[in-house]
Design a protein around this ligand. Structure first.
Ligand code: C2E
Ligand code: CA
Ligand code: CA
Ligand code: CA
Length: 281
């Protein structure tokens, strides 16, 4: 019995060891991903309600891992945040998104999105030269500041409200817009609306899931939409997965929506081609 316990411990220890090696291995490969050109920009449409037109796009990162194939952010963003690599990833996505949308607007203005929104991590927001970095990305690519939205989650905003508010005002002075992402999931959503200069409010998917058939949730979402509009904000509902949810949001006066029902995130080339075909017919 004593031996058995010892064996079990060794198995446990081996597994820990294996997990650690896996992690170190992934970390090493992720570290090189940017220089090796393994990151991919995917874009998801943000659609007007009820016109159904694509007005904007959200930039979402993917990693073409040579060993594991195309990786979704959930599998590597947490590690990237822990190790600080997220700053480099976000900088790449920012630059790539600005470049892509600017090129698209120049070559095919009728099918191009009016704006692109880019996610910023907490580490990035705390970077001293964030404003300079954003200004540089705009200048280098020629994208108009009015075409760029920076998305921040409430958890990111929570860090140091005074510092954050000042930093965001710098960015807005450039002409860039600020969005609160995953709105409603934090602890002080209304506090952020009071203290942080924002332009866009993105209602979290968790408020859209289960919307149909839940009167209380409908009242809540409807009130948030009205509140946003009263404050002069653009309100985007996230995670629309079916026509019934869209119909409800239309009745509530929601003007912008994003979700699998309206378009999945896809590679730039694929979205571009589809838009050309749609507009041609
Ligand atoms: P997010 O910013 O809230 O992005 C929306 C996520 O919801 C995306 O997942 C998108 O694919 C997914 N989504 C969109 N519509 C639907 C829908 O109808 N149903 C469902 N179930 N999901 C939908 P994705 O691309 O896996 O990204 C996950 C998260 O990773 C993002 O959440 C964001 O927080 C983070 N992320 C993605 N790209 C970047 C990036 O470049 N930088 C940083 N810092 N974070 C990123
Ligand atoms: Ca987002
Ligand atoms: Ca979101
Ligand atoms: Ca999220």
């Amino acid at each position: 019995a004593k031996d058995q316990g010892k064996n079990r411990f060794m198995i446990f220890e081996n597994r820990m060891h294996e997990q650690l090696l896996n992690r170190l291995d992934q970390e090493a490969r992720l570290r090189d991903a940017v220089h090796r050109g393994e990151l991919r920009l995917h874009l998801q449409p943000v659609v007007g309600v009820p016109d159904g037109r694509m007005h904007g796009v959200e930039a979402l990162v993917r990693w073409q891992d040579p060993e594991r194939g195309l990786q979704q952010p959930g599998t590597f963003i947490p590690l990237a945040e822990e190790t600080g690599m997220i700053v480099e990833i976000d900088r790449w996505i920012l630059r790539e998104a600005c470049h892509t949308v600017r090129q698209w607007q120049q070559h095919s203005p009728q099918t191009a999105p009016d704006w692109v929104s880019v996610n910023l991590s907490a580490a990035h927001l705390e970077l001293a030269d964030l404003t300079g970095q954003v200004a540089y990305a705009l200048a280098a690519t020629g994208l108009s500041p009015h075409c760029l939205v920076l998305e921040l989650t409430e958890t990111v905003l929570m860090r140091d409200l005074a510092v954050t508010a000042a930093r965001l005002q710098e960015l807005r002075d450039l002409g860039v817009r600020i969005a609160i992402d995953d709105f409603g999931t934090g602890y002080s959503s209304l506090g952020y609306l009071r203290d942080i200069p924002v332009d866009v409010l993105k209602i979290d998917r968790s408020f859209i899931t289960g919307l149909v058939g839940n009167g209380r949730q409908q009242e809540l979402v409807s009130a948030v939409i009205q509140l946003g509009h009263t404050l002069g904000l653009r309100v985007v509902a996230e995670g629309i997965e079916d026509a019934d949810q869209l119909a409800l949001l239309t009745v509530m006066g929601c003007k912008f929506a994003q979700g699998y029902h309206l378009g999945r995130p896809e590679a730039v080339g694929a979205l571009y081609e589809r838009r050309q075909k749609e507009t041609a017919t």
